[in-house]
Write a protein that binds this ligand. Structure first.
Ligand SMILES: [Zn+2]
Length: 139
């Protein structure tokens, strides 16, 4: 009689565990679907000047010129200037008037290689206080 009860309890536990596994699997699938949907809004967030933030669609090609802390139409190659290029889901520092051009050497920020870069989702021009951040989700 006691054995029978134990067996029932074990069977119930197995059923509960099965349900838990199913629940976790479902949660994982939901997370993946949500993540994928979020991934459609990919953008580059550029910080410059005294706290200015500008965001650009990663797949709309454009060139952004930041001159002495403001966005201008034309690059002059003088003063504190950064020329940022966005193309096909990638962004990079095309030109900069900073002393060592470290920002230009940081390569391109791409949606698919963002985690393999030493600086992760960032390109930073420390002397000019200009940064490019890759933002994968729609906040
Ligand atoms: Zn720089």
């Amino acid at each position: 009689m006691q054995n029978n009860t134990t067996e029932k309890r074990v069977r119930r536990n197995v059923l509960l565990m099965g349900a838990a596994v199913l629940f976790v699997a479902l949660a994982v699938v939901i997370c993946l679907v949500l993540k994928d949907r979020q991934g459609s809004a990919k953008l580059f967030r550029i910080r410059f000047g005294s706290g200015t933030v500008a965001e650009y669609d990663a797949y709309e090609s454009r060139t952004i010129v930041i001159h002495d802390g403001v966005i201008v139409d034309q690059a002059t190659g003088e003063g504190e200037e950064n020329v940022i290029r966005i193309e096909n889901g990638a962004a990079w520092m095309e030109k900069a008037t900073c002393p060592h051009h470290e920002c230009m050497e940081q390569g391109a920020l791409r949606a698919d290689t963002v985690l393999k870069r030493p600086l992760g989702a960032w390109i930073i021009c420390a002397p000019h206080g200009v940064s490019i951040e890759y933002v994968g989700g729609g906040e």
